[in-house]
Ligand binder design. Structure first.
Ligand code: GLP
Length: 256
């Protein structure tokens, strides 16, 4: 894992944006895995500002709430449209987001996995992290080999995400999410985390044991992971000084 610690969320986002931009320039037909949540908002804003060419790019979103139509303001379809897709030149048919309204969840999930494979697999999977270590909506205790499927949210995640729904009782219990096994097949994973609230989850994911109780810890088994953090999210890491030294002293050929 490469751990990059920057003073602010903005600075950590700049590093992440460079990684995305470099991929899109090198591989105009790249396949991206995309997250939602407050964490990637700065990244999406920066990517829009960079005016990259998205015409050949294919995207797969990590997850969606079940029972919400794409038009629902709290759906991840709406989130992606508002924060990224309507500002860039991506081709509509290349956008994939789980269908929260599907009448046949298992068949939909199987097909989603097939679509990822047909697209050639995900080149870069961008990830946020929940305060409990979840990635996508793979809550603690998720199988580390899981594939796209329906999951039930924990009380904590529903509370964390309730503001989009006005009140907790309106927040859905169920979601469709890529599995941890699905995420692990991406060629490169880019995990972003900002703020003190994420510090424990990040320490567990990066330096803790690999455990289903911190789903992001599965990334320790992935051959190429970049973690972009602000100071607060990095605050519980034991090897902070080492990570900083490594980043500051990268050989030129490794720099982007
Ligand atoms: C949701 C999403 C995750 C995201 C997490 C953290 O649960 N399904 O993909 O990483 O929220 O959200 P935030 O970035 O708002 O802290």
């Amino acid at each position: 894992m490469e751990i990059i610690i920057q003073p602010t969320p903005e600075a950590a986002t700049d590093v992440a944006a460079q990684i995305v931009a470099q991929l899109l320039r090198q591989k105009p037909r790249a396949v991206l895995g995309l997250p939602t949540g407050s964490t990637p908002l700065l990244l999406y804003r920066e990517l829009v500002r960079m005016k990259l060419n998205w015409r050949g790019v294919t995207t797969f979103n990590l997850d969606e709430y079940t029972g919400l139509s794409p038009e629902h303001p709290a759906s991840y379809h709406s989130f992606m449209r508002e924060n990224l897709f309507r500002h860039i030149n991506i081709v509509e048919k290349n956008i994939h987001i789980p269908d929260g309204m599907t009448g046949n969840v298992p068949a939909f999930c199987k097909e989603y996995e097939k679509q990822i494979r047909r697209a050639g697999g995900i080149d870069l999977q961008i990830l946020g992290i929940g305060a409990d270590g979840h990635i996508g909506f793979n809550e603690p205790s998720s199988s580390l080999a899981s594939r796209t499927r329906m999951k039930t949210l924990t009380v904590r995640t529903r509370q964390d995400n309730a503001k989009a729904f006005g009140k907790l009782t309106q927040a859905p219990h169920h979601v469709i999410t890529m599995g941890i096994g699905t995420i692990m097949e991406a060629r490169h994973c880019l995990l972003l985390a900002f703020g003190k609230k994420k510090a424990r989850a990040i320490a567990g994911a990066v330096e803790g044991p690999i455990t289903a109780m911190n789903p992001a810890s599965a990334l320790q088994l992935h051959p190429k992971v970049t973690v972009c953090l602000d100071e607060a999210a990095a605050s519980a890491l034991k090897m902070k000084r080492y990570y900083r030294w490594v980043f500051d002293n990268k050989p030129n050929w490794q720099k982007f």
